[in-house]
Write a protein that binds this ligand. Structure first.
Ligand SMILES: [Zn+2]
Length: 193
């Protein structure tokens, strides 16, 4: 998907996470975008090759330079988008550094969202380094700015709904650690009485 959708879905995962986690929405949003971070290499490299004044490749540069998928700058994208990389590298790192699980889930959401949104030679290889490619249905990575903004209203509304439900403490989205939240202080004096 596009970076904005990834960030908003990540933020929604943060929203649904336990409230005791500091900056949980920001952590979710960043983790949701991380897998594409190393892909910037390709954008710069192809942008320079295409001779743009701002060296960032455009979707048409990709379409007219399909050899890029064999270039070394493309490889980090395939690595970071592999479910095997997620399970064997990302998750252990998160556990080792005692980071919240929401980071792993937000990262995973990125890989899942990218499956339908990459087609043809641009398809994800979910089990990279194994070469199996998942054929998607549309190319969100090649969307223009206007399309990105309009499509992002869907995850934005989803986030706002979740934020409303969490803010109003709806029981079905409440974590065990949040039970009786705010009542603990009121109860303790009565026990002493
Ligand atoms: Zn991606």
């Amino acid at each position: 998907m596009d970076p904005l959708t990834h960030a908003l879905i990540g933020a929604t995962i943060g929203e649904l996470s336990p409230k005791r986690i500091k900056n949980r929405r920001v952590k979710g949003a960043i983790a949701g975008m991380i897998p594409d971070l190393f892909n910037l290499l390709t954008y710069f490299y192809l942008g320079i090759r295409a001779g743009h004044s701002i060296p960032i490749a455009k979707p048409e540069d990709y379409y007219s330079n399909t050899w890029i998928i064999d270039h070394w700058t493309w490889m980090p994208w395939e690595i970071t988008h592999s479910f095997l990389f997620w399970a064997l590298i990302v998750v252990p790192i998160i556990f080792y550094f005692k980071q919240p699980l929401l980071i792993a889930i937000a990262y995973l959401s990125h890989l899942i969202l990218d499956l339908p949104s990459h087609t043809g030679i641009w398809s994800s290889k979910p089990f990279y380094p194994f070469n199996y490619q998942f054929e998607g249905w549309f190319d969100a990575w090649a969307w223009d700015f206007e399309t990105i903004i309009s499509v992002a209203t869907i995850p934005l509304v989803l986030w706002l709904i979740c934020a409303y439900l969490r803010e109003n403490d709806y029981w079905f989205l409440r974590w065990p650690s949040e039970q009786n939240f705010g009542h603990a202080h009121k109860k303790s004096p009565s026990i002493q009485e």
